[in-house]
Design a binder for this molecule. Structure first.
Ligand SMILES: Nc1ncnc2c1ncn2[C@@H]1O[C@H](COP(=O)(O)OP(=O)(O)O)[C@@H](O)[C@H]1O
Ligand SMILES: [Mg+2]
Length: 590
């Protein structure tokens, strides 16, 4: 009856959550047994009240008094032992499940397609992986523990009540359903508020996270106050939802208690009448009333179980929502292990768009032969980075196919394939750790000689030698701060350390100033030696030496050829080149 308000989908989520307990069945069953036993030990003592009153106080029997005194202590000792067992086992299972789900969620998130990941705030994932998963521990504990402990206490008490006097018991339970109706009507409100509270807290966390990650923007635009206002508004919203939930819960609990006290008064009157008539002993009435008093707690807690489940299910749903998110970039069964590819890249009438937006690529056709150095140019938003992402298979094209060494990219084993690609992004991210760790990132058995080689190619070796700790120098927060050019060189070293067959450089130098760019340019030329290279460049002055230049326009290959040929055409490239040159000159002028 109480669970009527937990709808079907909530049950589905809950059952799904319980399935995570399956590996720990044995411990869970032991915990449940310990719970029931300790609950029963907890409700036995009031029964002794009957004997205290009837046998000790009224009939004055000393031996029963002794027995009762010892009995109470022994009972509570057993209760304590079993209570410990249940608490320990239940926490063990609960936390184990939480960790299992957290690991699964993390692993799943790692595999999600970029399209899915970018469609959500990064703080949202964080909040789901920490807060929501932690809430699941509560719901498991709350439901399994409260339900079993309070449920068995409840049933045990009812049995005692019937045993003492069934008529009084029946009378009592015509009044109790009143309480249940009140609980029922309020629980739907609680469910809604529970969801709102969680969502608003997640929003608070997301905003806080954003504030840290975009601190530079906030500072430079001097929008600290606006950001604070936004954060404050979100916090206030969370607060008001929280207080609303507290209000509803408070009223609910008060009502339940009043109703129970009312019932108690009626029972006292009915029972007292029976004692006066001699149909009930004084001890029995006292035991009966004590049990009724004990009944308040399980009812109160059981009524809270509903709201706890509802809050927990809201969290579970958010976790499952991500777990159910499919990676649209799927690998086929038995993929092709192209472990020693030559690096030929073929685009065959490739069409691509993000979501339902306009087409970014509209029938892209070209082939890059093994070892060729190709530059991709085009205006901002022409789809150059998208093209690079497609070569990495971060996304799948909607129409047309991409082939690597003649094998459809969709048939490739992605790990084997991606490990043979080196990427130098525009704004490389250095991980927390040493230079060696950063250069050798994702290359487990990297040898010192590999690191040295890569550093030499990237033109950063001499610099590293000047550092006290050489390759063991820490970078990032606690370590040295590297300049943009140095970071870019580390990124180049990282890309070439495993001797990739394909090298992709997406505007790798566009955040550097022209002078540093020229120096890093040399490192790039070195890195490209003997590999298929795809260079995306914003400043065209850097790509004159490419074997071929492919000009993207309107999602298609507009022109291709060598620098001189394209200049002679006086078409797209010619215009881009002139624009780029004047920009370059301006920089020099400044
Ligand atoms: N993750 C994304 N979601 C939606 N649209 C995107 C995404 N990434 C890029 N775009 C859009 O696709 C187009 C091509 O982008 P991009 O490949 O980054 O261009 P380029 O690197 O040539 O400047 C742009 O219009 C851009 O706004
Ligand atoms: Mg780009």
């Amino acid at each position: 009856m109480m669970f009527k308000k937990i709808n079907k989908t909530a049950w589905v989520s809950y059952v799904r959550l319980l399935k995570y307990c399956a590996p720990y069945k044995k411990r869970l069953i032991l915990a449940l047994l310990a719970m029931v036993v300790s609950a029963l030990f907890g409700i036995a003592p009031p029964w002794l009240i009957k004997n205290v009153v009837d046998d000790v106080l009224i009939r004055k029997q000393m031996n029963i008094l002794n027995l009762i005194a010892i009995g109470v202590v022994v009972l509570y000792m057993f209760k304590a032992v079993f209570g410990y067992a249940h608490m320990y086992l239940m926490t063990w299972v609960g936390q184990k499940v939480v960790i299992d789900i957290r690991l699964e969620l993390y692993d799943h998130t790692q595999r999600l397609s970029l399209a899915t990941l970018y469609s959500r705030r990064s703080g949202e994932f964080l909040s789901r992986i920490t807060n929501d998963v932690a809430t699941l521990q509560n719901i498991l504990a709350s439901v399994v523990v409260d339900f079993v402990v309070q449920g068995s206490t409840f049933i045990g008490i009812i049995c005692f009540l019937f045993f003492i006097n069934w008529k009084l018991t029946v009378a009592t339970f015509t009044i109790i359903p009143l309480a249940v109706i009140v609980i029922d009507s309020a629980s739907s409100k609680l469910r809604k508020v529970g969801t709102t509270i969680q969502e608003r807290l997640a929003m608070v966390a997301a905003i806080a996270q954003e504030a840290v990650s975009s601190i530079r923007i906030v500072r430079s635009f001097a929008t600290e106050e606006d950001e604070f206002d936004r954060f404050e508004a979100a916090s206030k919203k969370h607060f008001s939802a929280l207080m609303k939930g507290t209000q509803i819960r408070g009223v609910l609990e008060g009502l339940v208690e009043i109703i129970l006290i009312f019932a108690l008064a009626v029972i006292l009157w009915l029972g007292g009448r029976d004692v006066i008539k001699g149909q009930l002993t004084a001890g029995e009435l006292l035991a009966f009333l004590t049990y009724l008093g004990l009944l308040v707690q399980p009812i109160r807690i059981l009524s809270r179980v509903v709201s706890n489940i509802q809050q927990g299910v809201a969290s579970a749903d958010r976790v499952f929502e991500i777990l159910d998110e499919d990676n649209d970039v799927k690998m086929i069964d038995n993929p092709v292990m192209l472990s020693n590819m030559s690096g030929r890249v073929t685009f065959n009438d490739v069409w691509f768009r993000y979501g339902k937006n306009n087409w970014v690529l509209r029938g892209l056709d070209f082939e890059i032969v093994s070892g060729e150095k190709v530059a991709i140019v085009g205006g901002t938003g022409a789809g150059k980075s998208t093209l690079a992402d497609l070569v990495m298979r971060f996304y799948d094209s909607q129409k047309g196919n991409i082939y690597i060494d003649g094998v459809n990219i969709k048939d490739l084993d992605l790990k084997t394939y991606r490990r043979q690609i080196g990427v130098v992004p525009q704004d490389p991210v250095l991980m927390k750790g040493t230079l060696a760790y950063n250069i050798g990132y994702g290359f487990p058995g990297v040898k010192d000689s590999d690191l040295v080689n890569a550093a030499k190619i990237a033109g950063i070796y001499d610099f590293i030698q000047t550092l006290r700790d050489k390759f063991d120098t820490e970078v990032g927060e606690r370590g040295i701060t590297l300049s943009g050019g140095q970071r870019q060189r580390i990124a180049i070293a990282r890309a070439v350390v495993r001797d990739p067959k394909i090298l992709i450089m997406d505007e790798a130098t566009s955040s550097l100033d022209a002078l540093v760019e020229q120096q890093v340019q040399e490192a790039m030329e070195n890195a490209m030696e003997g590999r298929t290279s795809i260079v995306i460049a914003h400043r065209l002055s850097t790509i004159r030496n490419a074997d071929r230049i492919i000009v993207l326009d309107d999602g298609k290959v507009a022109e291709q050829g060598k620098h001189e040929e394209l200049i002679a055409l006086e078409g797209h490239y010619y215009r881009l080149f002139n624009a780029s040159n004047s920009e370059h000159n301006e920089e020099h002028d400044v």
